[in-house]
Every structure is written in structure tokens, then in C-alpha cells.
Design a protein around this ligand. Structure first.
Ligand SMILES: *[C@@H]1O[C@H](CO)[C@@H](O)[C@H](O)[C@H]1NC(C)=O
Ligand SMILES: *[C@@H]1O[C@H](CO)[C@@H](O)[C@H](O)[C@H]1NC(C)=O
Ligand SMILES: *[C@@H]1O[C@H](CO)[C@@H](O)[C@H](O)[C@H]1NC(C)=O
Length: 377
């Protein structure tokens, strides 16, 4: 989460207006097999890793130590749960602290525990993933600007050339992830939706019949970093047309992942503590919502097949609350990077086919489990 200046609204109208022509393309990645429920119990389990913030304060002693800690959290969760898929729910890296052009190396570190266990994954962008390098104000006080630590600097590449302050753009980060990883289900999304990049969908198939979809997983880029924190009307329209095409009779349940909560999360947020029907364990801060709402929520609410939305961004919130017939859920801060010292964990989703249900709970770094809830049955 990051406070955003007001000029973003002006940029927003510039970005949204040109998206008049929409081409609906459902990109099918053919180089790897479809995701299927695992026999014998026909379940499909997803672990959600939110706000890892790899590469934060890379030049300090504690920055890299955070990443070691975050790797440990992920490993613990993966070993307890053995999920069929991992969702990286944005702010995978803290790019505004990475003064080198190769932010993808930190991204690689973040996905390595999943990759090492041969578990497929999918990622969406958060507001910290492609931010330009920021000079903290305190660097300009006291003794002045401290020496920069740019890992690729050497005699032929002096610091000025080895450090890039422009940040690594979303397309470049995603290109690197996809090109180097057969197990990645992530996509660059339809070109018409750029600069929002991680917009895509894929089905989870039945263990009995790979042609039959048990659920659709949608991923949307909620912006931030290099452009405003918003889901554009063009993205909303892409979702509407794509879901109509893939699931015209609303028979197959759908769930949606993005990074920054929509304003509707504010409407359902518990005031003090967490009371039923909300379920969760921490409610320590105000919802830091997207800057504007341009239609995605209306579409999701109306579509009876959509069961839940999952977001990260707020490290001090881990609840799920109902909104109309939808569940609005936070994940759980997984990384040691980013603000806040609440114990780390990961939201888990378990989808059963017959009878259909989506269950969720939170698995903590110490192995404990809490906040179990049935989101749909
Ligand atoms: C790493 O984790 C340990 C144990 O949880 C903690 O004491 C330590 O402060 C963490 N280090 C950082 C830099 O977050
Ligand atoms: C990128 O950064 C890493 C350290 O994080 C460094 O080892 C590497 O040489 C850098 N440059 C390239 C092009 O990989
Ligand atoms: C200096 O760093 C660059 C970029 O990482 C690398 O291509 C080059 O081989 C390095 N040169 C030396 C002498 O280490």
C-alpha cells in the first residue's frame, strides 16, 4: 500500500478514454497442461502469497534478511498445504527500492520456493512491482547521499551505468517470468488493456474430465506504481465479454484475484474487531482502496457465478466479509517486506467438485490454522 498523489486522476482519464475498441482474446497457453483437481478426493487447492516485497532495502543488512524470512514463510506454507497452484497476489517485489535494471532477479527469488516444489503459479501486479526507484528523503539530510550499492557495477560498468532509476516495467517483468518458467500460468493480457498487464483467465478442470471446467480463475491488474490504482472500464468490459463467452449460462463458479481492494471493501469493513458474518483474525487498519470504481464491481455483483474476490495490499487486514452474494476477502501478509509486523501467513482456498464447495482458511508461518470459512457450497 502506498499513498498516491492527486494527479493520478488526470492520468486516469487519459488512459481510460482511448480504450474504445475491445478485442476479446482468450489466450490459451498450450505449452503446459491444464490445471486439474487432484484425485482421489477431487480437490483443488490454492495458496495465496500476498505482499512479499522482495528486494526491499536491498543495500541494508536487514533487507536481504527479510527475503530469507519470506522464503521460509512460503516454504512452511507449501510444505503444510501442498497446493495445486500458488497465486502471487501483487507486490511481489518492492521495485521502488531496487536501483538496478534487473528487478526480475528478485521476482525469481520470490517464486523460487514454489518452482522448487514443481507447483504451478500465477501472478498479478501490485503497486510496488514496477515503481521507479525512490530516493528516501532522509538520504538528502545529515551527511548526504549514502553510497549506492548496485550489484552489477564493476570497472567496466560504473555505478552510473549499472544503476537504473527507471524501474523495470510490468511487461518486462512478466516477459521474464513467462519466458523462464514452464510452470507459470501468468500472462501479459490483451494488448488493448495495457498499461494494465496481468489480465487473464484460466479454468480448473475436473479430475475426471479435462474438458469440463470446475471453476474459472480470473486475474486483474489493479494498477499502481507506473500508473493509477484502478481497474479501468476497459478491463471491466474485457471481464464482462470474456466471462460471457467462456461461461454463458453461469454454470461454472468464478473467483477473481487482484491486488488493491475496491472501494466496496470499505462498505463491508468491520468497525471494531471482526464480527459475524465477517471471518478473520486481524482488522488493524483502514481499507486502502483503489482510486476510482469504473464498473467492475457492478458486473461482478450481477454475475451470480462469481463467488469471491481476493486482494492483498493492506497488510493489517485478513478478513472475508459478504457483500450482496459475493465474498470480499483479504489474503494475509506473507512477506517480511513491506510495512507491519503482524505474524505472516497465507490464505488457502480449497475447491471440491462434488458436492461443490470453496473453503478457505489462513495458514500461519508457525504452522497453525485459523479463520476457516465456507465461501460457497
Ligand atoms: C526474520 O525472522 C525472525 C524470526 O521470525 C525475526 O526475529 C527477524 O526480525 C526477522 N528479520 C527481519 C529482517 O525481518
Ligand atoms: C543483477 O543483480 C544481481 C544481484 O542481485 C547480480 O548478481 C547480477 O550480476 C546483476 N546483473 C545481471 C545482468 O544479471
Ligand atoms: C561488469 O558487469 C557487467 C554487467 O553485469 C558484465 O556484463 C561484465 O561482464 C562485468 N565485467 C567485469 C569485468 O566483471
Amino acid at each position: 500500500m502506498e499513498r498516491t498523489p492527486n494527479y493520478h486522476m488526470t492520468i486516469l482519464s487519459l488512459f481510460v478514454l482511448p480504450f474504445i475498441h475491445l478485442i476479446v482474446t482468450v489466450h490459451c497457453k498450450t505449452q503446459h497442461t491444464v490445471l486439474r483437481q487432484s484425485p482421489p478426493d477431487d480437490q483443488f487447492k490454492i495458496a495465496v502469497f500476498a505482499d512479499l516485497h522482495f528486494g526491499e532495502a536491498a543495500s541494508t543488512d536487514w533487507g536481504p534478511q527479510q527475503d530469507v524470512n519470506s522464503t521460509k514463510v512460503m516454504s512452511t506454507v507449501l510444505d503444510h498445504e501442498t497446493p495445486d497452484l500458488v497465486v502471487y497476489l501483487g507486490d511481489v517485489i518492492t521495485a521502488n527500492n531496487i536501483a538496478i535494471p534487473n528487478a526480475s532477479l528478485y521476482w525469481d527469488q520470490a517464486i523460487s520456493p514454489t518452482k522448487a516444489r514443481n507447483i504451478p503459479w500465477a501472478s498479478v501486479f501490485g503497486n510496488h512491482d514496477d515503481a521507479p526507484f525512490e530516493w528516501p528523503l532522509e538520504w538528502f539530510t545529515g551527511t548526504g547521499i549514502p553510497p549506492l550499492l548496485c550489484p552489477s557495477a564493476n570497472s567496466s560498468y560504473p555505478v552510473e551505468e549499472a544503476c537504473s532509476y527507471r524501474g523495470t516495467p510490468r511487461l518486462e517483468l512478466m516477459k521474464h517470468e513467462i519466458e523462464h518458467n514452464e510452470l507459470s500460468f501468468s500472462k501479459n493480457g490483451p494488448r488493448d488493456l495495457w498499461p494494465s498487464v496481468s489480465n487473464y483467465v484460466f479454468p480448473v478442470s475436473s479430475s475426471k474430465d479435462p474438458e469440463s471446467s470446475v471453476m474459472f480463475l480470473y486475474f486483474l491488474d489493479s494498477g499502481g506504481g507506473s500508473y493509477p490504482e484502478v481497474i479501468s472500464s476497459a478491463q471491466a468490459e474485457w471481464f464482462r465479454l470474456t466471462s460471457q463467452k467462456l461461461n454463458p449460462d453461469l454454470r461454472v463458479p468464478e473467483i477473481v484475484f487482484w491486488h488493491i481492494p475496491s472501494k466496496h471493501y470499505k462498505k463491508v469493513a468491520p468497525k471494531f474487531g471482526i464480527q459475524k458474518p465477517c471471518v478473520g483474525s486481524i482488522n488493524k487498519e483502514r481499507v486502502a482502496a483503489q482510486e476510482a470504481e469504473t464498473g467492475i464491481m457492478d458486473i461482478l455483483v450481477e454475475r451470480t457465478s462469481v463467488k469471491a474476490i481476493f486482494v492483498g495490499h493492506n497488510h493489517g487486514l485478513d478478513w472475508c466479509c459478504p457483500y450482496k452474494k459475493l465474498w470480499l476477502c483479504f489474503a494475509r501478509h506473507t512477506g517480511y517486506g513491506g510495512y507491519g509486523n503482524w505474524a505472516r501467513g497465507a490464505r488457502i482456498l480449497e475447491v471440491s467438485e462434488q458436492p461443490f464447495s470453496i473453503k478457505t482458511w489462513i495458514r500461519m508461518e508457525d504452522g497453525s490454522v485459523h479463520s476457516e470459512l465456507v465461501l460457497s457450497s
